[in-house]
Design a protein around this ligand. Structure first.
Ligand code: ACO
Length: 326
């Protein structure tokens, strides 16, 4: 079989801000209650970054852990891709701030803006460099301070989100070109710009010059999520040449426990194979998948060699899935 270069995950790290905000904490200033939030979403608490902690700091903390896990240092990093929708500044990209803060040498650094699907998009984008041998050591980071985008008078959205960051190190490794190779084996990315009104932030540098607040028609997003995600999962599995049933672990974007369960039911996935961090992290947008991956590696569930399926859907709409053998 022909040798092919694969983008292999050699290290994973996660970071959550110290402050935990429970549902009961929110109920002190939002017209909501723990029972409603748990029953409708699965969320029990979220982490919230203080105002003086920018998203780049969350990203740097996660990146340091991922590099240590990979046995690499910032000096090795030649590509940084940050998936975020809550940048420190309108520009420069968070990736270049991370590069400076970590002390990485001159290389490639940019952000990917695909909201909650950002990490899946960023993995596919980074693969374009790593698997073509244009990068020897890449950091792919999902980092978000979503609580900054909340309208705290809108109980339909402000209870859903949290802050955090997760990172992976990708390195090129020769594989056999078969499904037993380690690395990114396949992906499917999708976007449908006609659904913008269902989930967006009502501000931006070239409209009103404001950061804006998140607006969502939750039940409409919900309606599209299960169908869209299921199709992308099936397409990513086909791209990788694997059966969905052969996957060891599903690592979904953590938006709502009912979406996770709906996708699992539709695809006939055993719910025991689905990694969920929703109850402790809430929806951390682009950070939720690498955070969940980090947690399940640390608690010993995910092991080297396991076949993983990552999937997400977010504003745009954008959605997608990718297949990775650890
Ligand atoms: N506490 C108490 N009651 C609430 C709250 C709250 N926090 N929020 C809404 N309600 C009330 C509503 O006012 C409504 O009351 P009414 O019947 O008296 O009018 C009732 O609960 C039902 O509201 P719905 O919006 O219909 O509730 P639903 O079951 O659809 O749940 C939710 C809302 C949780 C937002 C759900 O629609 C959802 O999770 N959608 C998907 C959202 C999502 O996944 N977004 C992220 C994907 S993309 C990304 O990650 C950026």
């Amino acid at each position: 079989m022909t040798k092919v270069l694969r983008s292999v995950v050699t290290g994973v790290g996660g970071y959550l801000p110290e402050r935990v905000v429970t549902n009961d904490d929110l109920a002190k200033f939002v017209d909501t209650n723990d029972e409603w939030i748990v029953e409708r979403t699965g969320i029990r608490q979220r982490h919230r970054a203080p105002d003086d902690q920018p998203v780049s700091e969350l990203a740097v903390n996660a990146a340091r852990k991922a590099l240590a896990a990979a046995g690499r240092t910032p000096a090795d990093v030649d590509l940084i891709v940050v998936a975020t929708t809550t940048a420190d500044l309108t520009f420069p990209a968070v990736a270049t701030i991370v590069q400076r803060k970590l002390g990485c040498p001159i290389g490639i650094a940019f952000d990917v803006q695909a909201v909650c699907s950002g990490f899946v998009y960023a993995m596919a984008v980074a693969d374009g460099f790593v698997a073509r041998d244009r990068s020897k050591c890449a950091l792919v980071i999902g980092a978000e301070t979503m609580t900054r985008l909340m309208d705290w008078t809108d109980r339909g959205t402000c209870v859903l989100f949290g802050d955090g960051a997760g990172a992976v190190v990708l390195e090129p490794v020769a594989g056999e070109g078969t499904i037993v190779d380690r690395g990114l084996l396949g992906f499917a990315l999708r976007a449908d710009g006609t659904k913008q009104d269902m989930l967006y932030v009502d501000g931006g540098p070239s409209t009103n010059g404001q950061v804006g607040k998140l607006r969502m028609q939750g039940n409409q997003v919900f309606r599209h999520a299960v169908v869209n995600i299921s199709e992308a999962v099936t397409a990513a599995a086909a791209d990788a040449g694997i059966e969905v049933s052969s996957v060891d672990w599903f690592i979904p974007h953590q938006a709502n426990i009912r979406i996770l369960e709906g996708v699992a039911r539709r695809l006939g996935i055993d719910e025991k194979k689905v990694i969920t961090t929703l109850s402790e992290h809430a929806n951390t947008s682009a950070a939720s998948i690498p955070l969940a991956l980090d947690q399940a590696i640390n608690d010993g569930r995910i092991k080297p060699g396991h076949l993983l399926l990552l999937e997400a859907m977010g504003g745009g709409f954008t959605w997608g899935a990718c297949v990775v053998r650890l």
